[in-house]
Design a binder for this molecule. Structure first.
Ligand code: 5AD
Ligand code: SF4
Length: 438
């Protein structure tokens, strides 16, 4: 979502004459868009600010001004701290106020001091962002689109409800307009974004539309070929969405569904509001309607109170479900969250050991999943040319990068590729004669 937000900030600044540059040294304005989810990400902001300060001083010596802004969730949560530790920052703005950037830029020139805007405004930024957003990723063929933001679930460990604010869904017509523009400009695959994307309940006039309903409407846009959504919560995986994986041909058979832990005791401590078996049941139901679906997840090791048995239960869940890929993290205490103040914090070296064991198992499963595709024919969205001459790059339904030899005229098309090679993080193949590209 930060990638999406950064692109939208560029959109609102374009009418003021700003455009992207490759090096901070060449920038008249630098916006650090920040993440507060774990301590390491948040700490990086301060070291990066120190580096940017030097760049600004060097530019100053050459008579060039540089506006320095900190945006995103660290700005939201630690605005005062930034002001104290880096008073040279010009602008501090949260994730819900970046549509006000042009006005803030004008104000900072007059004020001569740091401007802070970390409101949760009544108006929504989406009403103020330009609708002709430029596509964001991979040769303009794939794009992100935020449809929902914020969270009311208050998992014990998580800062998101405090930094992104309460859960809200964008109205359907505004999403349809943005999606249509993206497709008109060449996008073939859209990833719908939200912190709780499957809790989506956007209004279309008087009617409330669910994520399954939205995906169905998006399917009416000619030229759109693939839809993904991330990130989902198991609690909101309702039957209509499960059925959509059977009924909507645009929905990719790959789902990121974070479970965090496989221990009921820890799931309860995390305030996740479901059990490990309920998660297993959802996966079983998804596989029933879509046997080729592959799963991805997030895991946290070392949440306060996690015992060896709890950790073993997580490993067991992983063995039972099997994942095609996953993200895993050591628990990082976040100020102001309930878990941070709990007794029974797990030692750092225990977290390290558990993470290594967990990641080895997940790596094994990812390799096994990739190996299971050898010899199969997959639909590959061709996104560009590869590093070697004659080579094309593309994306499988499971988001794996795939390389194969082919005609550059295929860029932007979905072609059948037989998978013949497996690398650590990508696959190789040969274009299948089976069907023409579409
Ligand atoms: N410590 C470690 N990981 C966390 N996540 C969220 N908060 C924390 C934390 N305090 C992880 C969760 C979530 C992902 C986006 O980040 O696994 O799903
Ligand atoms: Fe954070 Fe996700 Fe839990 Fe919301 S549902 S509090 S975003 S981990």
């Amino acid at each position: 979502m930060n990638v999406y937000d950064s692109a939208r900030m560029a959109d609102v600044l374009r009418p003021l004459g700003y455009g992207p540059v490759d090096r901070a040294e060449d920038a008249d304005m630098i916006i650090l868009n920040t993440c507060h989810i774990r301590e390491r990400a948040a700490e990086k902001v301060f070291s990066e600010l120190g580096r940017l300060r030097l760049i600004r001083e060097a530019r100053q010596a050459e008579g060039r001004d540089t506006l320095l802004a900190v945006a995103g969730c660290v700005a939201q949560a630690e605005g005062e701290e930034i002001l104290a530790r880096a008073p040279y920052v010009d602008l501090i703005l949260g994730p819900q106020t970046y549509h006000r950037l042009p006005e803030m830029v004008a104000r900072v020139a007059r004020a001569g001091r740091t401007i802070i805007d970390t409101d949760f405004p009544v108006e929504t930024k989406f009403d103020f962002l330009p609708e002709d957003a430029a596509p964001q990723t991979e040769g303009n063929l794939t794009a992100f689109l935020t449809i929902q933001e914020g969270c009311d679930k208050f998992c014990s460990f998580c800062v998101v409800p405090y930094t992104r604010g309460a859960e809200t869904s964008r109205p359907v017509p505004s999403i349809m307009t943005e999606a249509s523009r993206l497709v008109e400009s060449g996008v073939r695959e859209i990833t719908l974004l939200g912190q709780n994307v499957n809790a989506f309940h956007g209004l279309d006039g008087e009617k409330t539309v669910t994520l399954a309903g939205l995906a169905e409407r998006l399917g009416t846009i000619p030229g759109l070929q693939r839809i993904r959504y991330t990130t989902s919560h198991p609690r909101d995986m309702d039957q209509s969405l499960i059925d959509a994986h059977r009924d909507n041909p645009l929905l990719m058979p790959f789902l990121h569904l974070p479970v965090q832990s496989g221990s009921d005791r820890i799931l309860k401590a995390m305030n996740r509001n479901h059990t490990a078996d309920e998660y297993r049941d959802i996966i079983r139901d998804l596989r029933k309607v879509r046997p080729d679906i592959a799963l991805s997840s997030d895991f946290i090791v070392g949440h306060p109170g996690e015992s060896d048995d709890d950790f073993e239960a997580t490993l067991q869940l992983i063995r039972d479900v099997t994942f095609a890929s996953a993200y895993s993290f050591k628990y990082s205490p976040r100020p102001g969250t309930p878990a941070a103040g709990q007794a029974f914090q797990v030692d750092e070296d225990v977290k390290d050991k558990r993470l290594a064991v967990l990641q080895a198992l997940l790596r094994e499963q990812q390799d096994a999943f990739n190996a299971s595709l050898l010899g199969t024919t997959q639909d590959i969205l061709v996104t560009g040319t590869g590093r070697k001459t004659g080579q094309l790059n593309g994306r499988s339904p499971y988001l794996q990068p795939v390389h194969f030899e082919g005609d550059p005229a295929l860029i932007g098309k979905i072609v059948k590729v037989q998978i013949t090679k497996q690398f650590t993080n990508s696959l190789g193949g040969i274009q299948s004669k089976e069907t023409a590209a579409f």
